[in-house]
Design a protein around this ligand. Structure first.
Ligand SMILES: Nc1ncnc2c1ncn2[C@@H]1O[C@H](COP(=O)(O)OP(=O)(O)OP(=O)(O)O)[C@@H](O)[C@H]1O
Ligand SMILES: [Mg+2]
Length: 433
């Protein structure tokens, strides 16, 4: 902070994080005495060495180096101004692998380098910003990333059958194991920025940890590896479809009895995972795979902790750059504010958002499907949810209330655990059978 009421304050970020600036108390950098600031003024997303700023439709604007900006990629030395407050950005690449304690002079940080790097797939050169140019890097150019998403490369020991879907991190294929003929799903994960071997290894280690989760309502892990620099993850194949496709097929929403069945199983999976210290972080309809016919649905939660590991190990770069609000639509306020700090209540909120959408075919906050990121972020903090019964009057009030409690903006007002929410949901639903 180089000017304003909080001059001299320093904030340091060394991994993928978000940082909210505003007058409101729920901002990490709270400026209650700078009257030119809006309550939620702007949001920084830091994915070292990248740093991205987004103004949240503030009344008086956010300025970067004196020019009003809605979004900006920040560089070392840039100045962000809002009201009387000025922040200076410093981007440095301290080498954490070396011990400089004997010679502190040597530890002088350097700014990130823009290097020319060859695409692993096509071999053509591109420019990329990296923290450590000396590290061994894996990089895919934009073209190849798109191509590989549409046509994933074969993985040794598996015969690829067909594409099941594409998501933010890569794509999912149905395949057959050559050794035992079993059907499996293979997810290929394509890094979006140049990543070091060290980051790839960390990511693989994190996948391994999440792989230990064994539960009837969690998609089971089979194996993972890298092939031509691309990370792949092999899991059990779930026939049927994800809950989003299921509801689309039925004209956009499901009956409350069906939703209770699916959500009750998801909550059982979360109760189990939370008790072991795992948080999913990306609960949404697409990550709940539903097999069988109602009332014998068997649903399974997939991608446990994957989005978090993908971001935290530096595979994603900044994610809120485009104006696609999909990635944050189900994020609770505490996660938007600081997505490093995510605990089980964030999953409860995600379950609430998912159940709401399955029940009503609409988003819980009153925002249009084409809303941009800044509008979505503001709604997450400031807009109350639309009561479920206003959208679908037939849903029993008690059932609606259980879902709405999960969507409280304050963590303390939500259900305290997945178990508690599951019990209340089942109790509310059986009252009407
Ligand atoms: N194990 C599986 N069995 C059957 N189908 C699957 C399996 N895993 C994923 N799918 C299908 O593939 C689709 C794409 O999955 P993917 O995880 O890549 O995207 P997503 O869930 O929409 O987004 P994200 O990348 O944020 O997770 C899913 O929506 C689902 O329909
Ligand atoms: Mg998924």
């Amino acid at each position: 902070m180089i000017a304003g009421p909080q001059i001299g304050r320093v904030f340091t970020f060394d991994q993928h994080e978000t940082f909210m600036i505003g007058r409101s108390e729920d901002s990490q950098f709270c400026l209650p005495h700078d009257r030119f600031f809006s309550r939620h003024h702007c949001l920084l997303e830091i994915a070292p060495p990248q740093c991205f700023l987004r103004d949240l439709g503030s009344t008086n604007g956010t300025f970067v180096n004196g020019l009003k900006a809605e979004t900006a990629h920040l560089k070392n030395g840039d100045r962000i101004q809002g009201g009387e407050t000025v922040l200076e950005v410093e981007v440095s690449t301290a080498d954490t692998n070396q011990d400089y304690s004997q010679d502190p002079q040597k530890s002088s940080d350097t700014t990130p380098s823009l290097i020319t790097i060859l695409c692993l797939n096509c071999g053509l050169p591109s420019k990329a910003e990296v923290s450590r140019p000396d590290a061994k890097l894996t990089f895919l150019c934009d073209n190849c990333r798109e191509q590989l998403k549409k046509n994933p490369q074969p993985i040794p020991n598996y015969q690829m059958i067909k594409m099941l879907g594409q998501g933010g991190m890569g794509s999912v294929m149905l395949a057959r194991s050559i050794s035992d003929g079993s059907a499996v799903a293979i997810k290929t994960l394509l890094p979006e920025v140049a990543v070091s071997d060290q980051s790839l290894k960390r990511f693989m280690r994190e996948i391994e940890v999440a792989a230990s989760l064994k539960h009837p309502h969690i998609v089971s892990y089979i194996e993972h590896g890298t092939h031509n620099g691309i990370v792949y993850l092999v899991t059990e194949y779930v026939s049927g479809m994800d809950a989003s496709k299921l509801s689309k097929m039925r004209g956009g929403k499901l009956s409350y009895q069906e939703v209770v069945k699916i959500i009750e199983q998801t909550l059982a999976a979360l109760d189990f995972a939370h008790s072991l210290g795992f948080v999913h972080r990306d609960i949404k309809e697409q990550n709940i795979l539903v097999d069988g016919k109602f009332p014998n649905y068997n649903s399974k939660l997939t991608d446990f902790g994957l989005a978090k590991s993908f971001k935290q190990t530096g595979m994603s770069g900044v994610t809120m750059v485009g104006d696609v609000a999909g990635t944050i639509a189900y994020m609770p306020p505490e996660q938007v504010r600081d997505f490093k700090e995510v605990r089980p209540p964030s999953d409860i909120y995600g379950v609430g958002m998912t159940a709401y959408s399955l029940l009503t075919g609409a988003h819980a906050l009153d925002i249009s499907p084409s809303a941009g990121i800044s509008e979505t972020v503001k709604a997450i903090f400031e807009k109350p949810i639309v009561p479920i019964n206003r959208r679908v009057p037939e849903i029993p009030l008690r059932v609606a209330a259980v879902i709405e409690t999960a969507l409280a903006k304050e963590v303390e007002l939500r259900w305290h655990s997945a178990r508690e929410m599951r019990e209340e949901l089942l109790r509310a639903a059986t009252l009407f059978l």
